[in-house]
Design a protein around this ligand. Structure first.
Ligand SMILES: [Zn+2]
Ligand SMILES: [Zn+2]
Length: 139
């Protein structure tokens, strides 16, 4: 069982499916309910706004977000794109929509370039091979 530090009271506890230690579980659940009900009313709040409305630390909101307990939080304000500073849509990659698409396009073009150069090498060697066979026949 992996050990974890309780994000609420910093106590070491065995991390199972819960995020906090047994002592803080009730508080965590209460905060979760608060955040949930806030988000049900205002699904477009970002993490900071939701935390403010629910009167919980923003880390509490992001923690639940990372664990997938709450998913409809708009990430703007809490996580910024590492490339252009716009609000990020991907918490793990820290990228905004535009940069995520750009990155995907860059990866795709880099991959196709690799494929292309591999193909070229094959064609050249095939050509040399064919030419050698041709010259062998001539002799
Ligand atoms: Zn605790
Ligand atoms: Zn960006």
């Amino acid at each position: 069982m992996p050990l974890a530090t309780c994000p609420r009271c910093k106590k070491i506890f065995e991390k199972t499916r819960v995020l906090v230690c047994g002592k803080c579980q009730d508080d965590e659940n209460a905060d979760y309910d608060k955040i949930r009900s806030i988000l049900e009313r205002n699904p477009n709040l970002n993490a900071e706004q939701a935390a403010e409305e629910a009167e919980v630390p923003v880390q509490c909101v992001t923690r639940m977000m990372q664990e997938g307990l709450i998913s409809n939080v708009v990430l703007s304000g809490s996580v910024k794109c590492g490339r252009c500073g716009a609000p990020a849509i991907s918490l793990s990659k820290k990228l905004c929509q535009g940069c995520l698409e750009k990155l995907n396009a860059e990866v795709a073009s880099a991959q196709s370039k690799i494929k292309l150069s591999q193909k070229k090498n094959v064609q050249v060697s095939e050509y040399l091979h064919a030419r050698k066979a041709f010259e062998d026949k001539k002799r």
